[in-house]
Write a protein that binds this ligand. Structure first.
Ligand code: SF4
Length: 365
């Protein structure tokens, strides 16, 4: 697995400036390039607000400093490899990284809400049995720039008429497994001189890396989503191996103690599998498990996949489950499946290139 420090430099040893948050960039400009804090802010704004790709073209920065920065740092971009557009407007992007790995991001327009589902790792170590990304294992962590460039480059691709409103870290990877790179990446997404997203519009999802949850809360004021998917320890162990390391009980205790700002709730993602976790007994247990946690539940009927034995529950079963939760006082939504014709739905990321090559889906361009 490539070491993160190596990935943060190019072949000439120059540093990846898009991986620095604003404070780190200002310190770099001062300490390494002999600039002022004001120079640092100008460079930061050029990179994130004006999408500058070349220090030498930053005309509001003095020439000697531009030339110095050019010798010390480089401006990373993700290389677009595929762009698949669904009939329902969902767009899946496959990006090729400099070491040949690929990652995916999915743009989901839904009325006024335009959500970008982002990746945080190449593959994933969590091995949830229902997830295609989990089959890959962890190839490597993304560096901060590779995470934050996803919204920057998708926005540039779709143009100003389709503004991304929400970011969700629910693509490839377990974000809390890559917290050291996630934090500067999301800091740049939140920075008002950066991508300027509101903390209310960014959600980080976890399978339950319990010790990292408090670290996330201390570092960033973003929303938390927990991928729960079961109502007993045994059931969860069967589909989510992380449960062997951190039990569901431990996870829910961490949720109870999670320092939520007032008015915020934790979203519990619950992928529903026919005959496995979709009974009304499960619904009743779920209500009990979530007692005392400011919570909402997002039901996700599983997207059938020929590589898995798991099946999607019928519509009436999903409806009955939702009604039970709502009658129990739980705010509950059912996620509409989006982008199924381009394999962009939940749990389907990671195989775009193979699917196109096999003629299973067609690239938009
Ligand atoms: S569901 Fe998420 S955490 Fe689990 S294997 Fe897939 S990408 Fe990893």
């Amino acid at each position: 697995m490539a070491r993160t420090e190596q990935l943060l430099r190019d072949a000439q040893g120059r540093i990846d400036i898009m991986a620095l948050d604003r404070d780190a960039l200002i310190a770099f400009v001062q300490e390494q390039a002999g600039g002022t804090p004001g120079d640092g802010v100008r460079v930061y704004k050029q990179l994130w607000r004006s999408e500058a790709r070349d220090f030498l073209a930053m005309t509001d920065v003095r020439r000697t400093l531009r030339e110095k920065l050019h010798t010390l740092a480089f401006v990373r971009r993700l290389a677009p490899d595929l762009r698949l557009e669904s009939r329902d407007g969902t767009i899946k992007y496959l990006w090729r990284l400099e070491d040949g790995h690929t990652i995916e991001s999915v743009l989901i327009p839904d009325g006024d809400r335009v959500t970008l589902c982002m990746s945080s790792q190449v593959g994933c170590a969590m091995a949830c049995t229902f997830c295609l990304t989990g089959d890959m294992g962890l190839r490597r962590h993304l560096v901060a720039s590779e995470i934050a460039l996803q919204p920057l480059q998708v926005q540039a691709d779709v143009g100003p008429d389709l503004r991304i409103t929400n970011l969700v870290l629910m693509g490839m990877g377990e974000p809390l497994h890559n917290l050291p790179q996630l934090v500067p990446a999301l800091t740049n997404c939140l920075d008002d001189h950066g991508l300027n997203f509101s903390h209310r519009k960014i959600t980080v999802s976890t399978v339950g890396l319990v010790p990292k949850m408090a670290e996330l809360a201390a570092a960033l004021p973003v929303n938390l989503a927990v991928s729960l998917n079961a109502t007993t320890e045994e059931q969860r162990r069967q589909i989510m191996p992380i449960t062997r390391r951190h039990s569901m009980h431990e996870l829910l205790e961490a949720c109870r103690n999670f320092p939520l700002p007032s008015g915020k709730r934790i979203t519990f993602e619950y992928v529903m599998f026919a005959g496995f976790n979709d009974s009304l007994d499960d619904a009743a247990r779920l209500l009990t498990l979530l007692e005392g946690i400011p919570a909402k539940v997002n039901l996700i009927p599983y997207n059938d996949n020929p590589e898995r034995d798991l099946r999607r529950p019928t519509e009436p079963v999903v409806r009955a489950f939702q009604d039970f939760l709502v009658r129990g006082g739980m705010s509950t939504s059912v996620r509409t499946t989006r982008g199924q014709d381009i394999s962009a739905a939940c749990g389907q990321l990671g195989k775009a290139r193979q699917q196109v090559d096999a003629g299973l889906v067609a690239p938009a361009r």
